[in-house]
Design a protein around this ligand. Structure first.
Ligand SMILES: Cc1ncc(COP(=O)(O)O)c(C=O)c1O
Length: 393
């Protein structure tokens, strides 16, 4: 069997960098050098300065390119650095169509930064292809999607968007943070740029902030490389190594977390204190069939809305297992409050228009046992139920 026929699970471990060719070390060496000695005037070295190229960063960039099915990967200092650098493929006067419940940081870049440089935008409901089509303008150059979206887990039809984009000469950018290439590979569906907050599932241990971008077109890769080198928001070698180490266990972490997430989402769905659970793994989720077509699972994140929006604080303070924090995709379960965390950069009225209300919580399920998580949620929910009954009687 040859390497390109191996499953994703095997490719995570057995790639060009499985051992160091000079020493045999079964771990990518961390090359801290900022600069590299040049043999002579006419010698053009592979590496000359670490902003332009670094062997540890290159190992990570090659690994993510292979896993996403691209030709070129780029590692950045954060997910936002990757996203912002990719947006600078655009020029003054260009227009971006962007999903309306996009991550708050991306919302901020588009509305407060790109707008100052004459790059226009329109927010649309990406699940509605007619709405997307009718908002494409002659100057639209990028359609930007997140699927499933954060935090309402809406599913966008990647192939449908790609068709519209290609027909209108636009690029499709996909933020693949929630799914990772273990579950969804947008380049194989025709997308042009895949973006990641590698801070999340890819690194997976809440110990590094990192971003990645992958393209499948050499020319686009050259343009993005030029921007990466020009802007310089590169990922340091130590952090590249942390992401590379995290990647090795991506498959097993995500499988385990996803299995627990599906069971836990089902428990919350039937709980009297819970109004709604947003999880694309449910058969009655409006995007479930698209999710099944374009991804190999529904992921390990879901959101839920409490009947009594004011009880969020009480619920959070009664839970013992999940950390209450900004972020997702880690070994420990992370509970977050989108209104004040991931979407704090979005004005309240914009948030509420998008359904990101004050009673909404998002859970990223980690590697704890399902039984322990279930017990913890049930005891915390029962406390708010009792309180709601007492205050209303
Ligand atoms: C979907 C998504 N995209 C991008 C980002 C930004 O990534 P980073 O925090 O690594 O800059 C985040 C961060 O939460 C995210 O959730």
């Amino acid at each position: 069997m040859v390497a390109d026929q191996w499953t994703f699970q095997t490719k995570l471990l057995h790639n060009k960098h499985k051992f160091d060719v000079t020493t045999g070390a079964v771990s990518v060496p961390i090359q801290h050098a900022s600069t590299f000695h040049q043999q002579g005037f006419d010698f053009s070295p592979k590496y000359d300065y670490s902003r332009s190229g670094n062997p540890t960063r290159e190992a990570l960039e090659e690994a993510i390119a292979e896993l996403e099915g691209g030709v070129r990967g780029f590692a950045f200092a954060s997910g936002m650095a990757a996203i912002s650098t990719a947006f600078l493929l655009l020029s003054k006067g260009d227009h971006v169509l962007i999903t309306e419940d996009v991550y708050g940081g991306t919302f901020r870049v588009v509305t407060e930064v790109l707008s100052r440089f004459g790059i226009e935008h329109t927010f649309v409901d990406m699940t509605n292809l007619h709405e997307v089509a009718s908002n494409i303008r002659p100057n639209t150059k990028v359609i930007y999607i997140e699927t499933p979206s954060n935090p309402l887990m809406k599913v966008t039809d990647i192939s449908g968007i790609v068709k519209l984009a290609k027909a209108n000469n636009c690029l499709t950018f996909v933020d693949n943070t929630f799914m990772t290439p273990a579950l969804q590979r947008p380049l194989e569906l025709g997308a042009d740029v895949v973006l990641h907050s590698a801070t999340k599932f890819l690194a997976g241990h809440s110990d590094v902030v990192a971003g990645l971008a992958v393209v499948k077109d050499e020319e686009l890769g050259n343009r993005l490389y030029k921007l990466q080198n020009a802007l310089g928001a590169v990922l340091g070698p130590q952090d590249c190594w942390l992401v590379l180490r995290g990647l090795k266990t991506l498959h097993v972490r995500l499988q385990q977390s996803q299995e627990t997430a599906a069971k836990l989402a089902g428990c919350l769905l039937n709980h009297p204190a819970v109004e709604k659970v947003y999880y694309p793994g449910f058969d009655d989720h409006p995007g479930s069939s698209i999710q099944r077509y374009q991804a190999e699972g529904a992921g390990a994140v879901f959101s839920f809305q409490l009947k009594d929006g004011k009880a969020v604080e009480k619920l959070v303070s009664n839970l013992n297992i999940p950390v209450f924090a900004v972020s997702l995709g880690a070994v420990e379960s992370i509970l977050s409050y989108p209104a004040k965390m991931s979407h704090a950069a979005m004005p309240k009225e914009e948030r509420e228009k998008r359904g990101i209300t004050d009673g909404l919580l998002r859970l990223s399920v980690g590697l704890e046992s399902f039984e322990d998580l279930k017990k913890d949620f049930l005891q915390a929910l029962s406390k708010i139920e009792i309180e709601t009954k007492t205050t209303s009687s």
